[in-house]
Design a binder for this molecule. Structure first.
Ligand SMILES: Cc1ncc(COP(=O)(O)O)c(C=O)c1O
Length: 388
């Protein structure tokens, strides 16, 4: 028998995947679990990947990614946000945002360092910090701000070991955008205690109703202490291409690039060429995303809002809707199992995102409208059957 390490043993497999796997064992499930859009990337993006293969551009790239892609990312940020990042020293391409996050933690954290993770949070942050032999400090605030956290609670959680705070805005799973006053207060705390901010902005491409979003990097004094994480997965529906990127001060990018040599060598080349096309600005290849998902969000919300015992929260961004199920008297895990078994609908139990989320389930509307409508019918039937 091969002994497994303590760190590997400490990692729990995610509830999202366990519900997803259970759903796979049943017939005809409406699966609302994964944040993996069913929409295809634009044909020009696919063609760029295929051409790279046909032309034999399929070898390794530099560990930090093709310079041409880093230049494209730099220009893209300049165009969209007005930020200036040097493609040679301040940008690296990763295997999805996930590897960017992991390499950033690996490059920053020493044994027992603490990383503050406000709930509700993206599940993998906790495990990635643990993989780096550091400590995730979850700031949860049951009963206070709904689906959010308080800055005072964050400040109270800071100790001499705190290295970084993670902010994810727009947020998976809450679908909320952290308001600007809160972002400013977080920036003040980061400066006061000399902390790094990891800003995961993979959903800034999917904001509804023209709601304003500004990155923490735009605040004076934050560029030098922020690790900006982004990805093409959601913006261009390229989840399986596995392309993410990190914008950060040069010393961190240099360390991450060294680590990349030992982890993945580089992101896949055909995907890097596809990313150059996607971000080129020749055409707005992601513009119909907001349109498609606004429609789906509205269909889902309209279908759920008048049902008894549950309360759907209309998201400001992302393709996730949190639904309060507390009046059913079930925990989120009980609800997720019951609705899967009785109605063949798969949702994620909120407990996966922090204790205060146990009264919610998350519904990812990454399915076609007809399938969403079928899901609503089944949810309605299930809820009405327990409401009697
Ligand atoms: C908040 C957040 N960050 C990062 C990721 C990972 O994205 P990628 O596919 O680029 O690794 C996800 C994916 O669902 C996410 O929700």
């Amino acid at each position: 028998m091969i002994p497994v390490s303590a760190v590997a043993n400490s990692i729990e497999s995610s509830l999202i995947r366990s519900i997803f796997n259970l759903a796979k064992q049943l017939d005809d499930v409406v699966d609302f679990t994964l944040g993996d859009p069913d929409v295809q990337p634009h044909l020009a993006i696919k063609n760029a990947a295929c051409e790279s293969i046909q032309q034999g551009k399929t070898r390794y790239s530099q560990n930090a990614g093709l310079l041409e892609l880093r230049q494209t990312i730099s220009q893209y940020y300049k165009r969209k946000e007005g930020f200036d990042y040097d493609p040679v020293t301040e940008i690296m391409v990763s295997v999805g945002a996930m590897e960017g996050l992991y390499l950033a933690f690996l490059a920053m954290l020493n044994l027992d360092d603490e990383v503050i993770i406000p709930a509700p949070y993206y599940v993998n942050y906790v495990q990635m910090v643990q993989l780096c032999h550091a400590k995730p400090i979850i700031v949860d605030n049951p009963g206070k701000e709904e689906l959010s956290f308080s800055v005072e609670d964050i400040e109270k959680a800071i100790t001499s070991k705190t290295k970084a705070i993670i902010i994810n805005t727009p947020s998976n799973p809450s679908g909320k955008i952290i308001p600007q006053e809160k972002i400013k207060a977080l920036a003040d705390i980061a400066k006061k205690y000399d902390l790094t901010v990891i800003a995961d902005e993979v959903y800034k491409c999917l904001i509804y109703d023209g709601t304003e979003f500004k990155s923490i990097v735009a605040i004076e004094g934050m560029r030098e202490r922020t690790v900006l994480i982004n990805s093409l997965s959601k913006e261009f529906c390229m989840t399986g291409y596995r392309i993410g990127y990190v914008l950060a001060p040069s010393e961190l990018i240099a360390a991450m690039t060294k680590l990349q040599e030992n982890v993945a060598a580089c992101a896949p080349l055909p995907s890097q060429y596809a990313a150059i096309e996607a971000l080129s600005g020749k055409e707005d290849y992601s513009k119909n995303m907001v349109e498609i998902f606004t429609k789906r969000r509205n269909v889902l919300y309209e279908g759920l809002k008048d049902l008894p015992l549950i309360k759907a929260h209309q998201p400001e961004a992302t393709f996730y809707m949190m639904v309060d199920i507390s009046e059913t008297g079930m925990t989120s895990l009980e609800f997720a199992h019951a609705i899967l078994e009785k109605a063949h609908v798969a949702v994620v139990p909120g407990i996966a995102y922090g204790k205060s989320c146990d009264k919610y389930v998350r519904i990812a509307f990454t399915l076609e409208e007809d399938r969403i409508k079928e899901g609503i019918n089944r949810i309605s039937h299930f809820i009405n059957s327990i409401a009697k």
